[in-house]
Structures are given as structure tokens and as C-alpha cells.
Design a protein around this ligand. Structure first.
Ligand code: FAD
Length: 459
């Protein structure tokens, strides 16, 4: 997993990656600041609360740290759940939904890992005190077994195993996320009710944990009820055009309100069908300019949903949710020079940006590379060439065919742009492309916060 987002972390915080932690924090501030704030408040309250907590166990080396890890996991889980809320009101906390989803992906294994370490630390303590490991780990082992605790742990581990299984369809995998709320609720309820814990004895900490529980459960409930309560824009299909063998443009016309978006942002769309009941949300960058009345989605046909798009009839209703994401030059007005690289269908956000260039009165120096395997795989080349002609900014555009020139590298881009070096780079494509290019740019000396990236992957 793990890619950069709008200047955000490229990889999860795996072993040996702590050296880059502060760089990532600097590069992807909002979500990480929130996370560190939550963990900080939790730790401070817990430390203060220790003074009020009688305990039948020795604090060191196992019991105290183990309890702290448990409530830190609760804090992380609350942030993880909040990060998945598809709401334009919540996403600024994370600097955009794309960043939020990536943070969610990075933090979730840590939340589960903390719970596992929390339990693992109780094992030597239990053995040392002559207790029963069966009571600690196995549900219904004896009348004194910690059955709710061990059941919650097992449910969490099974859920995590499923979440990382590759054989799920995207929709099945999304549906799996509906189960995490009850697991979170049971886990935190245990943390709160356990008589030996600081949470029980220290009111400010108890209040804080309740707040985290409410935030986590609220986020989960909103997600589960999204289908019914999420604000949406009603559009109808105006036209559908095949652009090449695997790419289709869908032009959508607003029925009542028009959605206002920043160029580069994305939406979820649903085709409710004639009965209005079908529900299958898929994210797509908007490839039309915000100044246009119609909304255009340009999709590569990779699976069930996208392959069915050409069959959409004019007039068919489409629900549009959003806009989401922080991958837009508007948020980076401080960078007057932009290097933009879109690989394959990753060109779509740049199409919106370039179309908007025709009217935005915001002169910038822009270099745009459209990376595709062959000319046949670059259906938007003509449109981009036309857009360059009418752009307000000064744009250098190049179609980079990998079948002829090999892979585009950061080194080649930097040489083309030299001697200038005060630009930001915007990248969009597959996670592999985004990750590789980000690493190359950072290795070549570009500050990480100047690499602004989006990949088309939410899983
Ligand atoms: C922020 C964002 C913006 C995007 N913008 C565009 C765009 O402008 N044009 C475009 O063609 N595609 C875009 N995508 C990808 C697009 O959402 C998926 O290709 C589409 O949902 C696939 O649906 P499907 O049923 O046709 O394929 P499926 O049968 O569901 O899957 C085919 C393959 O695509 C993967 N996939 C399916 N759904 C998603 C998903 N939501 N996110 C990531 N991978 C998925 C599956 O794991 C599988 O490998 C974007 C994705 C994101 C996250």
C-alpha cells in the first residue's frame, strides 16, 4: 500500500521508516497534526490520571504501558474512522478526502498493532502473577475469563485479515467496513469499564475517551447511512462518447443545482437506475472545467461499473457526491511554477485544470507531461494540445510515449525544467507510478512538501 497524497507520506510507518516521520509530518500536516494531537491529549490525560488510579498490578514493566497502548489504540481508531467520512465538512481536517483515506490506510494497522501489543504485554504479567492465560485469551475458558475482551480481540483480528484479503470485490471490501463500528464500540466499552484502568478512575480521561467513542461511532454511522443521508447533486446523462478502445467520456447535465468544484477534485457517482434503488459509488476525477455547465467524467473501462458506462442512455439519472480531494492548484497558490505529470487515465485532473486555464486569469508557468504507452493509449492528446493554445498560463506540453522513449524519470523532467528549481510537482496515476516518481523527485533533492500527488486507488 502506501502512496503519497497531496504532498503526504509515501509509505506507511513501517519498521525502519521512522527517520522520515518528521518529514512526512511536515509534508502532510493536517491529518498527522490531528493524529498527534489526539495521541498527545490521550497520553497527557492518562499520565495525570495515573495518580488517581489504585492498581493491584505492578505498573512496570507490563501493566502500565499495556494500558496506555490500549487507549492510544482507541484514539487512533477514532481518527481512522473519522478519516473515512465522505463529507466536504470533515475532509479539510485531513487536507482532502484522498489524503484522509491514505492516512486511514497508514494508521489502521497501527491501531490494530497497538491492541495486539497491549494483549501481548499482559501475557508475561499474567504468567508472573500466576494467572490463567486461557482466561486472558480464550473466550468462555472459565467463569472468570475475560470473555468480552478476548472476543473483541478475535473479531478485530478476523476483520483485519479479511480487510487485507485480495479476493474481495471492491464493493464487498467496502461493505466489510460496516462491521468495524461494532468492533470499535465493544473494544472501547471494554477499555472504559475495566475496573483497574485509569479511564474508570479519572473523570477528564473518561470524558475524553467518551468523546473519541462518539466521534468514531458518529463517523461510522454516517458512513453506514451515507446512501440515505449524504447530500448529492442530481444529474442526467447528456452524452456518452468512446474516446478509444478502453476510455469513455460521460457528459452529465445538472437537473437542479450545479455542483461547484475546484479543478483537479473528484466526485463519487452512483447510477440509481429506473427504480432509484441501485447503489454503487465509484470515484472519478472531474475532467471538465468548473466554468462549464456540464460535468464530464473520463473513465478507463477496467471492471463491471466502468465497462457498463458506454451503455448509459441519454437522460439516465446519475447521482453525484462531492466534490472531494485536495489535488488542485488552487490550494497551492504559493507555487507559481508547476510541473504536472499524468500517467494514463491519471491525466483527467490535469484536463480539468488545463481547461480551466483558459479563463482563470492566474498566470503560472506550467509543464505538463501526458505519459502513455502508445498514441492509441493517449486519447486526450488532441484536447490537451488545443487547451494549451488557449491557456492563460504559459504551458509546455509533451506527450511522452513509453513505447518509444521508455519510462519518464524525475531526472529527465528536472533536466527539461532546469535551471529553475522552485517548482512544485503534481503527479497523478497508478499508486506504483506515483510512488516511484515521488521517490525519484525526493531523492533528486526536491523537498517532499513540493511533491503533490494523487493516485486512483482507495483500497
Ligand atoms: C480519487 C480517485 C479518482 C479517480 N479518478 C478516475 C478517473 O478520472 N478516471 C478513471 O477511469 N478512474 C478513476 N478512478 C478509478 C476508478 O474509481 C476505478 O477504476 C473504478 O471505480 C473501477 O470500477 P469498476 O467496477 O469498473 O472496476 P472493478 O471491477 O471494481 O475493479 C477493477 C479494478 O479496479 C480496482 N478498483 C475498483 N474500484 C476502485 C476504486 N474505487 N478505487 C480504486 N481502485 C478500484 C479494483 O481493485 C480492480 O483491480 C479514480 C479513483 C480514485 C480513488
Amino acid at each position: 500500500m502506501a502512496q503519497d497524497t497531496t504532498g503526504g507520506p509515501i509509505d506507511g510507518l513501517g519498521a525502519g521508516q521512522f527517520s522520515g516521520f518528521w518529514k512526512r509530518l511536515r509534508a502532510n500536516p493536517p491529518g498527522w497534526r490531528l493524529t498527534i494531537g489526539v495521541l498527545g491529549v490521550t497520553t497527557v490525560l492518562w499520565v495525570l490520571g495515573r495518580m488517581h488510579t489504585p492498581s493491584s498490578h505492578a505498573f512496570w514493566p507490563w501493566f502500565g504501558p499495556s494500558m496506555l497502548l490500549a487507549i492510544l489504540a482507541v484514539g487512533l481508531m477514532a481518527v481512522v474512522l473519522l478519516a473515512t467520512v465522505r463529507s466536504p465538512m470533515i475532509e479539510p481536517l485531513f487536507g482532502g478526502l484522498d489524503r484522509a483515506i491514505r492516512l486511514h490506510r497508514q494508521l489502521a494497522p497501527w491501531a490494530v498493532g497497538l491492541i495486539v501489543v497491549h494483549v501481548a504485554m499482559l501475557v508475561p504479567m499474567t504468567i508472573g502473577e500466576g494467572g490463567s492465560l486461557g482466561d486472558l485469551l480464550i473466550p468462555f475458558w472459565s467463569p472468570t475469563a475475560f470473555t468480552p475482551d478476548s472476543l473483541a480481540l478475535i473479531a478485530l483480528l478476523i476483520w483485519t485479515g479479511f480487510a487485507y484479503a485480495r479476493w474481495w470485490s471492491y464493493e464487498g471490501w467496502l461493505a466489510l467496513h460496516n462491521f468495524i463500528g461494532p468492533i470499535f464500540l465493544i473494544g472501547t466499552a471494554i477499555a472504559i469499564r475495566n475496573p483497574g484502568t485509569t479511564v474508570v478512575h479519572y473523570e477528564p480521561l473518561r470524558f475524553w475517551i467518551w468523546l473519541l467513542i462518539l466521534v468514531g461511532l458518529g463517523a461510522w454511522a454516517y458512513r453506514v447511512a451515507y446512501r440515505w443521508i449524504a447530500p448529492r447533486f442530481n444529474y442526467r446523462v447528456e452524452a456518452v462518447t468512446l474516446r478509444n478502445h478502453d476510455t469513455v467520456d460521460c457528459i452529465l447535465r445538472p437537473q437542479d443545482r450545479r455542483m461547484l468544484h475546484e479543478p483537479g477534485t473528484f466526485v463519487f457517482i452512483n447510477r440509481p437506475g429506473p427504480e432509484g434503488k441501485r447503489w454503487e459509488l465509484h470515484p472519478f476525477s472531474v475532467s471538465s472545467s468548473p466554468t462549464e455547465r456540464d460535468l464530464r467524467i473520463s473513465a478507463r473501462m477496467v471492471g463491471d461499473f466502468t465497462r457498463a458506462l458506454p451503455a448509459m442512455a441519454p437522460g439516465e439519472p446519475v447521482e453525484v457526491f462531492g466534490p472531494f480531494g485536495g489535488f488542485t492548484p488552487h490550494r497551492y497558490a504559493r507555487y507559481r511554477r508547476l510541473v504536472c505529470i499524468g500517467a494514463g487515465i491519471g491525466i483527467t485532473p490535469f484536463m480539468a485544470m488545463l481547461r480551466f486555464e483558459a479563463s482563470n486569469n492566474d498566470f503560472r508557468r506550467i509543464w505538463l507531461w501526458y505519459v502513455a504507452r502508445t498514441e492509441a493509449d493517449a486519447p486526450y492528446d488532441d484536447e490537451l494540445q488545443d487547451a494549451v493554445e488557449t491557456a492563460d498560463s504559459y504551458v509546455d506540453y509533451e506527450l511522452w510515449l513509453t513505447s518509444e522513449k521508455g519510462r519518464l524519470t524525475a531526472q529527465q523532467v528536472m533536466e527539461a525544467v532546469a535551471p529553475l528549481d522552485d517548482y512544485a510537482v503534481m503527479l497523478c496515476g497508478t499508486p506504483q507510478f506515483v510512488r516511484a516518481m515521488t521517490k525519484q523527485f525526493v531523492a533528486a533533492g526536491l523537498p517532499r512538501e513540493r511533491v503533490i500527488a494523487e493516485d486512483f486507488y482507495f483500497r
